[in-house]
Design a protein around this ligand. Structure first.
Ligand code: SAM
Length: 285
């Protein structure tokens, strides 16, 4: 028996590995290398260009934090745009709110969606099911450039890192267009990299400096993601008018009656309380 391991370089001299029971699928799409694996500890997981995207075991953390934070700040959100998110986890969570009227999801790579429907139904379960969801297979940057003004209340950027197809989603052009297509009460949540390892912290600072130059309110919040580099990951919260702490609608959110495994309204407050070294590097961004 040969031991099979999935190994990801988190730094030049630091690696993260998971013992693999089976390498289920491997293909190169026009955009990226896609692989699916089976493991004991993390269940099924998939990677793009050798970087971890989603595991069955910890996906609830990421998908709770990308969706429920903005919904608890503005519980009246009705029109949502998801950019990326091909595994379907973000769409699944946002569609749990019955009052959401429409969700447009723009994923550049149709193969990610089709393969997740086959191998990861846990996250992809709503992608062909809910009539409120429309899927577009195109570049998210181009989509927002062409979208009309103020047609969304919430944009969730569930993207890969700022290399390859995800690069355009970390630019001034993209953030300015997000601001334009958001309503006055709109919120933008974006994948914000990690503060710990230098190369990720560099991208975190670059993203933050652009978002705070674009939106009057730009905050960053944290969560624990066991399979991402260093396990310490961030989302950005940007808005034209809502402060994520002062405007938290605790009771309104609890009245939705959603059961969540990671998010709760106490954690909501704590997630924005950043360690000193993270605060300092964001202040200097
Ligand atoms: N949770 C994951 C993480 O942070 O690692 C992200 C998961 S999701 C699978 C990321 C998706 O973004 C990928 O499927 C990728 O194809 C998509 N994507 C990357 N660049 C994009 C772009 N410019 N427009 C739309 N989708 C994009």
């Amino acid at each position: 028996m040969i031991d099979l391991w999935y190994t990801e370089n988190h730094q030049e001299d630091t690696r993260f590995s998971i013992k693999v029971k089976e390498h289920l699928h491997s293909e190169k799409s026009p955009f990226q290398q896609i692989d699916f694996f089976e493991s004991d500890t993390f269940g099924r997981f998939f990677t793009l260009d050798g970087l971890m995207m989603v595991t069955q075991k910890d996906e609830f953390i990421y998908h709770d934090m990308i969706t429920h934070i903005p919904m608890a700040v503005n519980p009246s959100i009705k029109r949502v745009l998801i950019i990326g998110g091909g595994d379907g986890g973000t769409a699944r969570e946002i569609l749990r709110y019955n009052h959401i009227e429409k969700v447009d999801m723009v994923e550049i790579d149709e193969r990610v969606v089709r393969l997740c429907q086959q191998y990861l139904p846990q996250t992809a379960c709503q992608l062909d099911q809910d009539p409120r969801l429309t899927l577009y297979f195109e570049d998210g940057l181009k989509f927002v450039q062409e979208a009309n003004d103020e047609i969304y209340d919430l944009i969730l950027v569930d993207s890969t890192d700022p290399i390859g197809p995800g690069e355009g989603l970390f630019t001034y052009d993209f953030y300015n267009n997000c601001k334009r297509v958001l309503s006055d009460a709109g919120i933008l949540i974006n994948q914000h990299e990690s503060p710990y390892y230098e190369s990720y912290a560099h991208e975190m600072k670059r993203a933050h400096s652009k978002i705070k130059a674009t939106f009057p309110i730009a905050k960053v919040y944290q969560f624990h993601m066991p399979t991402y580099p260093s396990g310490h990951w961030l989302f950005g919260f940007a808005s034209k008018k809502y402060d994520p702490l002062a405007d938290l609608q605790k009771e309104a959110w609890m009245n939705f009656g959603l059961r969540t495994r990671y998010y709760n309204t106490d954690l909501h407050m704590g997630a924005f309380m950043l360690p000193t070294y993270v605060k300092e590097s964001l202040e200097n961004a």
